[in-house]
Every structure is written in structure tokens, then in C-alpha cells.
Design a protein around this ligand. Structure first.
Ligand code: ZN
Length: 239
């Protein structure tokens, strides 16, 4: 198997200013994720909002097999030109993993075509992510029926997204709400996974099972059979 090139993108703003976030993710959420994903056949690199072209040059994206996106406060600052560029790459086969508050990112909204709105409450409450697609590659090696996170932000239904191809996780929160927390889509030849947990002031990405989910998701989203497709006027085929 060829190596998988993973690019982890985040705004990298709060980790530089907010002491609570800095304490959990001193080099930013993007670097933290890139570090734990690194293994034998996974190469990782990072990019962030304040870099030239948000660190997403054509050259960089052309070499990226799977892009991971975490954003929160600055979705509107991402240029439409770059969103268009990422969108094109997804349609032509690049995998995309969208995390937590990136449900409101321009790229996710463009790919979904809906508002991607939801209910939320920042109260560090218990979340139980029930596995609702056992046997799926994204939950490979995860033991038990659910993943439990002691402290997370609540996201509740209704989540305004198109019907997913698969619902890998369905969350329950101690406040009573439920949420489709791990959902997959295909757009063009690109595989997309939205994964809900990951509030910046909770230690979610330190959790080994969450790390396992993201490692599995990278392997799942890496499309190894991208085809070239012919569109447009086509001569009649006589044979
Ligand atoms: Zn959050």
C-alpha cells in the first residue's frame, strides 16, 4: 500500500491566545492531531488559516490524499477561492474529515447544500457515542458498544444535513439530547466523514479511542481507486 498523505488544517487562533486551549493543545489542534496520526504508512503535515492561501496551495492539495478540517470562530475568513479549490479536490477523490464545529465551515456547507445548523450547549457534559454501524472500517478495533467522553459540548438534533450514507455513531448527552455524531457521505469520488466531538477546551483528542476513530477514518477516506471520467459529447459507439 502507498503511504497516505494527510493534511490537518485548523484555524490555529485560540491555541495561540486562550490559555485553556493552549494548555490542551500547545502547538494547536492541527499539530496535535497530525502527531498522533503519524505511523508507518501515514505521513502528516499541518496548515492553518493565517498562512498564505491558508496553507492550501494547489500544489499542496494535489499531494493530499486526506484533508482534516477543524474550524470554529473564523469560518467566514476562509476565502471562497480556496473553498472552491478544496471542493474540486474532494470531487476528484481527496478524502475529507470534518471535525466538530467545522459543521459550519464553508467547505462542509458547500458539499452538503444545507444550512448544517444544530442545537448546542457549552456545559462540559457526559457524551456517549453509540456505535450504530458495527463492522464499519471506521469503528474497527473499538471494543464495547459506545465511546464515553466525560466532558464535551452538547450538539443536538435536528442537525440540518442531507441523509448520510451511513450513521457510524449516534450520541446521547446527559442533558437528554441525541445527535448523529459520525456520518459519511460520498461527493464525486471523494469520501467524507463528519465526526462531532472535539470542543477546543475539552481534552477530547487526547482520548485514545477518539484517536483510533480518526486513524481508521483516514484509512477509510483514502480513496485508492480514483478513476478518470469522460464527460461531454460522445461519438456513437458502433461496436
Ligand atoms: Zn465547540
Amino acid at each position: 500500500m502507498d503511504n497516505i498523505n494527510v493534511l490537518v488544517w485548523s484555524e490555529y487562533r485560540q491555541a495561540r491566545k486562550d490559555p485553556e486551549v493552549k494548555n490542551l493543545y500547545p502547538e494547536g489542534i492541527n499539530s496535535y492531531i497530525a502527531n498522533f496520526l503519524k505511523e508507518n504508512q501515514i505521513n502528516t503535515s499541518t496548515a492553518h488559516l493565517d498562512q498564505k492561501e491558508h496553507g492550501l496551495s494547489k500544489k499542496k492539495l494535489a499531494k493530499t490524499d486526506v484533508l482534516i478540517w477543524w474550524g470554529h470562530r473564523a469560518h467566514e475568513e476562509v476565502s471562497d477561492e480556496i473553498v472552491e479549490r478544496v471542493h474540486k479536490r474532494v470531487l476528484s477523490g481527496m478524502g475529507l474529515i470534518v471535525l466538530h464545529s467545522a459543521h459550519y465551515s464553508k467547505i462542509f456547507k458547500k458539499l452538503m447544500g444545507t444550512s448544517c445548523s444544530l442545537k448546542w450547549r457549552e456545559d462540559s457534559e457526559l457524551e456517549r457515542l453509540w456505535i450504530t454501524s458495527p463492522g464499519h472500517p471506521i469503528v474497527k478495533g473499538i471494543t464495547g458498544d459506545y465511546i464515553e467522553l466525560q466532558e464535551e459540548e452538547m450538539y443536538g438534533e435536528y442537525f440540518d444535513v442531507p441523509n448520510p450514507d451511513q450513521i457510524i455513531f449516534t450520541s446521547w448527552f446527559e442533558g437528554g439530547e441525541v445527535f448523529r455524531s459520525g456520518i459519511t457521505y460520498k461527493r464525486g469520488q471523494g469520501k467524507i466523514f463528519y465526526f462531532r466531538p472535539g470542543h477546543e477546551s475539552n481534552p477530547t483528542y487526547h482520548n485514545k479511542t477518539v484517536q483510533k476513530v480518526l486513524k481508521n477514518a483516514v484509512k477509510w477516506a483514502n480513496n485508492t481507486s480514483i478513476n478518470s471520467i469522460n464527460f461531454g459529447n460522445s461519438p456513437e459507439m458502433l461496436n
